[in-house]
Every structure is written in structure tokens, then in C-alpha cells.
Write a protein that binds this ligand. Sequence first.
Ligand SMILES: Nc1ccn([C@@H]2O[C@H](COP(=O)(O)OP(=O)(O)OP(=O)(O)O)[C@@H](O)[C@H]2O)c(=O)n1
Ligand SMILES: C[C@](O)(CO)[C@H](O)COP(=O)(O)O
Length: 233
Amino acid sequence: MKKYVLIVAGGRGLRMGGDLPKQFIPLEGKPVLMHTLETFHRWDASAGLILVLPEDHQPYWKMLCREIGCKVPHRIANGGETRFHSVRNGLQSLSEEIGNASGRNEKVLVAVHDGVRPFVSPEVISKCFTEAEISGAAIPVVPVVDSLREFTGGTSHPVDRSRYQAVQTPQVFDYDLLAKAYEQPYTDLFTDDASVVEAFGHGIVTVPGNRENIKITTPFDLLVAEALLKQHT
Ligand SMILES: Nc1ccn([C@@H]2O[C@H](COP(=O)(O)OP(=O)(O)OP(=O)(O)O)[C@@H](O)[C@H]2O)c(=O)n1
Ligand SMILES: C[C@](O)(CO)[C@H](O)COP(=O)(O)O
């Protein structure tokens, strides 16, 4: 079985603010994205890594790699207008490398991971791959710790939080399934890869995620990330 990881980092980081997209912000001397890249390389050095980056930041990334001496092999694909379009571009770049199912004699699994989630645990990555090998589609989820309210028609009411879980990445799929699902036209309900695959008619298996696997989204998350990194080193 061949494993690939598509690390999407084609966004602008508007909720973080600032001129530098959050995936390039340094944490303990290295960009967030490099921590994420190294997490997957440490997990399995044989997995093929593809980074999806905004076209105009690719020279900057290459400069950072040279400066820091990044030794993790990876290819680069162009970011798109939304996360969906970035994933689609990454899959297109992957298809140029691996071709279609008829010309292949081994199963290919592909994980899609947010470049701004550097703290995913190796156990969660492995579990997602193991389950995806069996079912074709597996994603990590964590329980919601706050109480939840639904806001509709100008009012709100409490909902049963045991009926909800928060979704993380990596989201791992059989490559041919994911590539076909991503041929569907975009809708803004496609906030992750599982929603795309489900709309294509394939079920999803969930596995327990890890609480530290935060998506660095706001300046507050950067403070949390710094604390988590100190704990790791
Ligand atoms: N056009 C886009 C938008 C998002 N992403 C990536 O998808 C992941 C999750 O998205 P999010 O946290 O929303 O990132 P941004 O879109 O950059 O943030 P914001 O919504 O605050 O602008 C990030 O690694 C981001 O770089 C991407 O590859 N291409
Ligand atoms: C893919 C994701 O990280 C799963 O929680 C999330 O859906 C990304 O959402 P965003 O709106 O791009 O932040």
C-alpha cells in the first residue's frame, strides 16, 4: 500500500490577521507549516508529501526551506480560491505522479491535512490510515467540551452536545474515491473532505482524534501552540 499526505496551506489566514499567512508564522524558530511537515515525516518517512501553497508565496517557502535547512522531501502544488479548490489542485498534481487505478497494482491511500494543525499525534494518523484501508474513508473527531446552543429565527435554545463531535484532520481516503468525489461541483457546504466524499455517496468512519490537534486560526491559538510546543520539546 502506498501512502500520500496532501498538506493544504493555500489559505490567507484572514482570521489571524497580519500580512503573513499563518502557516508561515514562526513557532520556536520554524514556520508552523514546517512543524506539520516534520510531524508527518517522523510518522512515516516513506509517505509521499505534497504541500499546497499560494502561488505567490512559493518562492518565500523555498527560501525558508533553504535558510532552515529543511531535509523533508516534498512536492509543491498551487493553492486555489477555497480549501476545496486547493485540495482539488493537490489531487491533480498527485494524479500526474500515480496515474489511474487501471495502471496500478497497489492500493493508494491519501490523507488530507490542514497545514496549520502541527500537533496531530502519530497514533491518530496511523488509526485514520488503518481504518481508511478497510472502509475507504476515515476522519478524526473529538467530543465537544462546551455546552451548545442553536441560533435560529432570532432566538436560541440548548442542544444535546452528546449528539455532536468536532472534526479534525487528517482525513484519509482511498485515492480513487477521493479523486472522483472531488470532480463534483463546489458548494459552500464542503467545509472538509468528508463532506465531499459523503455527498458523493460514500460513508465515513470516525476515529478518536487528539485534543492537542488544534487548527491554528486566531492569535489566541498561536499562544496555545507555543505552550504545546514547549511541552513537546
Ligand atoms: N484557499 C484555501 C483556504 C484554506 N486552505 C488551507 O486549509 C486549512 C484550513 O483552513 P483555515 O484554517 O480556514 O485557513 P485560512 O483559509 O487560511 O484562514 P481564514 O479562513 O481565517 O482566512 C489551512 O491550512 C489553509 O491554509 C487552503 O489550502 N486553501
Ligand atoms: C477541515 C477542517 O479543519 C475540519 O475541522 C475545517 O472544516 C476547516 O474549516 P475552515 O473553515 O477552512 O477553517
